[in-house]
Design a protein around this ligand. Structure first.
Ligand SMILES: Nc1ncnc2c1ncn2[C@@H]1O[C@H](COP(=O)(O)OP(=O)(O)OP(=O)(O)O)[C@@H](O)[C@H]1O
Ligand SMILES: [Mg+2]
Length: 583
């Protein structure tokens, strides 16, 4: 019998999901199955009694049968509700836990793994694939266990009644399962393809939604629709293909089980006519044969369906297996005390490549001290933002060492390191929620007054108070939309609120109006007090007061010095100033 090859690890992961509620789940499923199977067994015996009652004109048998069926029905109704509740609740809990665990895990995934995932695919794994996993527990496993209990109990009772007929039925059942086994592999393949197609579909959808502006700008509607349509058609083809396989399988199953009945009726009527067996027993045997055929039929098709659902499990597992940021560091502490004499940040001969072949940063060395502002300028793609991401330990340098407070960042956990750093990114991200909540992310537990004071220092307080809901204005999906300059100032307020000793500011490249620019400039100037500030500047005004300026060109430091020194050197910086930093 070609039994399916199980991928143990996927079954193990499936078990891990339900483990905390396993007892509740399995009691519910087995209880449910036993209750249902016993109803059919009782019906078979009552059916036997009734046929015999008719044949022998013994009406007491008839009366007994009606009583038994009625009592059994009432008890079964109650039990089915209780057991059904038990397993449904345990599955819902397990799936909720799985979703939370996956999202939690996603947050820990290292940057270079996240870079390779599209958010649409990620959403598809968290929603569609976990839904598929859910059907394993709500549908396939309960049906499988029910089929086995119903089938095995029918087989035993049938053997007790007449073992010869039982053997015939079992032989036909074995044929059924063999046929189903032959279809298993193609089902699994179709399942894999369908799940990954769902991922592609989501990816395309996110492109349509997130890239809406660009799509409209370049009149890409037709292209996007065509792309979406192609994936959708592909999905349709795959689903139809799987449906065809299922159809062929179903009809073969139907044919074989019909043959089974005919076989029993032919053999049975012969045996009754020869008085080897009574009519009632044949009636009961037909009922038991139904249970047995049901088991074989279900085993075949359920095992194939389970293969399909395990494809979903596989995609969920892949997500769980992506490398995460390491979290256990031996020393793990940063000694941040008083005013350090040593440089706060030391970058010694650092090189870095996202992919092995192309170095994005080469031999970068610089230092930044307390109360200092170090500025980086340079053309687009010269590696400025990448340098900040290295300081935040989103990626590790391929060569050289980066130290913060005299400790190599390699030895510090990302959490401990990031506690010391306030980062205002180039594309500041505001979360769904109120402005107050968004600023408070800088330091959870800050009072409203502290939030407002930080906003004031970031020159955000005034525009926020002008909004009709002030600090309670809701941002994000369906909420209020802020301008680029306003978003940057809210992000700056977060940095002001945090107690971090280091501030990394990746100035927005988007053109800010003069007022916004001036306000941000004033904010940055006051930010440097009692802190170490590294700023990536796209505006001349931001750099002029910097302690030291580094000019990056294609990943290496081309020039360094103060504003005046660099101007008099008449090099790259001077040329940039002439063009007023249109980098
Ligand atoms: N996640 C990534 N994976 C691979 N390559 C990347 C990634 N992020 C950036 N790069 C590449 O690294 C180089 C430096 O990018 P970076 O974002 O550091 O430039 P930048 O100086 O900040 O530019 P800009 O002024 O436009 O913000 C670019 O060639 C870019 O294509
Ligand atoms: Mg950048």
């Amino acid at each position: 019998m070609p039994l399916p090859k199980w991928n143990n690890s996927e079954l193990k992961v499936a078990y891990q999901c339900i483990k905390p509620n396993f007892i509740l789940y399995i009691t519910g499923v087995i209880g449910n199955s036993i209750t249902e199977a016993s109803i059919f067994a009782t019906i078979a015996f009552v059916f036997r009694d009734m046929l015999n009652a008719g044949a022998n004109r013994d009406y007491s048998l008839l009366q007994r049968g009606i009583w038994i069926i009625s009592i059994e029905a009432v008890i079964a109704c109650i039990l089915l509700v209780v057991f059904g509740y038990m397993f449904n609740v345990s599955v819902k809990k397990a799936m909720a836990n799985l979703r939370i665990r996956i999202v939690d895990r996603t947050l820990d995934i290292s940057m270079d793994s996240i870079d390779k995932l599209h958010s649409g695919d990620l959403i598809s794994r968290i929603n569609t694939d976990i839904q598929t996993v859910e059907t394993i527990f709500t549908n396939q496993i309960p049906r499988l266990i029910y089929a086995i209990i119903y089938g095995v109990s029918s087989a035993i009772l049938m053997i007790l009644l007449n073992w010869q007929i039982a053997l015939v039925v079992i032989a036909l059942g074995a044929a059924l399962i063999t046929v189903n086994g032959l279809f298993m592999r193609s089902f699994r393949k179709a399942g894999d393809q369908i799940q990954s197609c769902h991922g592609e579909l989501n990816t395309a959808l996110v492109d349509v939604l997130d890239g809406n502006e660009t799509v409209k700008l370049f009149s890409m509607e037709t292209i996007m629709i065509r792309k979406y349509g192609e994936i959708k058609n592909n999905l349709l083809d795959l689903t139809v293909k799987r449906g065809q396989i299922q159809g062929i399988l179903d009809s073969i199953n139907f044919l074989l089980s019909s043959l089974n009945y005919v076989g029993i009726l032919v053999v049975g009527s012969y045996l009754v006519s020869r008085k080897f067996i009574n009519l009632g027993d044949i009636g009961a045997i037909v009922q038991f044969a139904m249970g047995l055929t049901f088991m074989f039929q279900q085993l075949g098709s359920l095992l194939t369906q389970l293969q399909g659902s395990l494809s979903g499990m596989k995609r969920v597992r892949e997500l769980e297996e992506l490398p995460v940021e390491p979290s256990d560091y031996p020393g793990g502490k940063l000694l941040v005390s008083g005013i350090p004499d040593e440089p706060v940040i030391k970058c010694a001969d650092v090189s870095f490549a996202y992919d092995n072949d192309k170095e994005v940063l080469s031999h970068i060395s610089f230092q930044a001290g307390y109360n200092e502002t170090i500025a980086f300028v340079g053309g687009s793609g010269s590696g400025k933002s990448t340098l900040m991401k290295l300081l935040l330990k989103f990626y590790l340098p391929t060569k050289g060492t980066l130290s913060v407070f005299n400790t190599s960042i390699k030895e510090v956990s990302p959490e401990v390191l990031r506690e010391q750093i306030a980062y205002v990114s180039q594309e500041a991200y505001l979360f769904q929620g109120t402005l107050e909540e968004n600023i408070r992310m800088g330091r959870r537990g800050a009072t409203f007054d502290e939030v407002a004071a930080a906003a004031q220092r970031a020159n955000a307080d005034e525009f926020i108070r002008d909004l009709s809901d002030g600090y309670q204005t809701r941002i994000g999906e369906g909420g209020f939309q802020l301008s680029g300059g306003q978003i940057q100032r809210v992000a700056l307020a977060r940095a002001f609120l945090s107690n971090a000793g280091i501030v990394l500011l990746d100035e927005a490249t988007s053109a800010l109006d003069n007022t916004s620019e001036r306000m941000i400039q004033k904010a940055v100037d006051s930010l440097r007090e009692e802190r170490t500030v590294i700023v990536i500047a796209h505006k001349l005004s931001t750099v002029r007061n910097a302690t030291k300026i580094y000019v990056l060109n294609n990943g290496h430091i081309q020039e360094e010095g103060s504003h005046e020194e660099l101007l008099s050197a008449r090099g790259m910086y001077w040329r940039m100033v002439e063009r007023n930093f249109t980098a």
